[in-house]
Design a protein around this ligand. Structure first.
Ligand code: OSB
Ligand code: MG
Length: 362
């Protein structure tokens, strides 16, 4: 558990944080090390998972399933985890480390291992709720100047229509989206319909975190595309969302869906149904960010992802080199084996609040 201070607080409809306690996972095997990250937060606000629940589930169930017999494939690993309900972020943390280890063993980059095709991926930035409109405009200026291709504004009741209106007036041609993190209900439909005036790329997760039906009702009345984040937790939920027309876009987060196996399956489904997808973020350290880059190199990821530069959140990242965004708003997908970055063990140790090792029972 590595505490990384944030350069500035990050505020969403469920609160403000000033540092990120990052749960890094490494797996040793065949003389190599694979790295993953559990993206759960300290409090169960985005989803029910926390660093505490993930530690418990990994320690008491997943680690034993992982180490019982040698793992043959990603699907073998996913099948061992499937009997345990939920706890997707915990499962994904192990899957990520396993995939990094597999890639290193095969001398392939993560992107190559999963069939990525892009050499660079387009990226956007997610801007938290600000104390004032002026503070928001200053940040939009800053990130547009750095090249980011799309700006996502966090919204909540009281920080929505007026803010988006002012922003759109000042930047008539910029690609904007909004993310409510489930801060509204269907009773707010008329209020949300007013967002149609601002030519947004999408409205992300306006309603309940586990809802599909109300989103379908809302999407039928909106011109703007709804993008689901929190609600898409499995391949089946993605299929149901598309069948119900609950959304026109999907944001894929490896942690939210329980790992690479589900993320790849949701990507393939959306590609077949011509639904654009993009890679979401959870304020990951460089380890999680490197995995997101690999995922976003798949062909179906046609929209800019929430994969910002390390320096957007941290003064110093846990990987070397740090993730950089080029002036054209793209990030290079590494081609060296595994993650494609060095993990900075000395810095990780300096910031570690707790650590634990689990060994195979012999
Ligand atoms: O809803 O996409 C979200 C961060 C934490 C939890 C949920 C979300 C977010 C972000 C930031 O929007 C994305 C990032 O830059 O990592
Ligand atoms: Mg979101």
């Amino acid at each position: 558990m590595v505490r990384l201070p944030l350069k500035e607080g990050f505020e969403t409809s469920f609160g403000r944080i000033h540092s990120r306690l990052v749960f890094l996972v490494w797996i040793e095997g065949n003389g190599l090390t694979g790295w993953g990250e559990v993206v759960a937060a300290e409090e169960p606000r985005y989803s029910y998972e926390t660093l505490g629940t993930a530690s418990h589930v990994i320690r008491d169930y997943l680690a034993q399933a992982l180490m019982a017999t040698p793992v043959t494939t990603l699907n073998d690993l996913a099948a061992r985890f499937a009997p345990f309900k939920g706890h997707h972020m915990a499962k994904a943390g192990i899957e990520l480390a396993y995939q990094d280890l597999s890639a290193r063993m095969q001398n392939k980059s993560l992107s190559e291992l999963i069939g990525g095709t892009r050499k660079r991926v387009p990226v956007g930035v997610s801007l938290g709720i600000q104390p004032t409109l002026a503070a928001l405009l200053e940040r939009i200026d800053r990130y547009l100047a750095l090249g980011y291709q799309r700006i996502k504004l966090k919204i909540k009741p009281g920080w929505d229509l007026e803010v988006v209106d002012q922003v759109r007036r000042r930047y008539p041609d910029t690609l904007f989206s909004v993310d409510a993190n489930s801060a509204y209900t269907l009773n707010d439909r008329d209020h949300l319909k007013a967002l149609d005036d601002f030519d947004l790329l999408m409205i992300e997760q306006p309603l309940d975190h586990d809802d599909l039906l109300d989103h379908a009702k809302l999407q039928a009345e909106l011109k703007t595309a709804i993008c689901l984040d929190e609600s898409i937790t499995t391949l089946r939920r993605a299929e149901q969302a598309l069948d119900l027309k609950s959304c026109r876009l999907i944001n894929i987060k490896i942690g939210r869906v329980g790992g690479y196996s589900q993320a790849l399956a949701i990507h393939d489904l959306c590609k077949e149904r011509r639904i654009p997808v993009w890679c979401g973020g959870m304020l990951e350290s460089g380890v999680g960010r490197a995995h997101n880059l690999a995922l976003a190199s798949l062909p179906g990821f046609t929209l800019p992802g929430d994969i910002s530069a390390s320096s957007r959140y941290f003064d110093r990242d846990v990987i070397v080199p740090e993730v950089l965004v080029a002036a054209d708003g793209t990030v290079e997908v590494p081609r060296c084996p595994g993650l494609g970055f060095e993990v900075d063990l000395a810095y990780i140790e300096r910031c570690t609040e707790a650590s634990e090792q689990i060994h195979r029972k012999s």
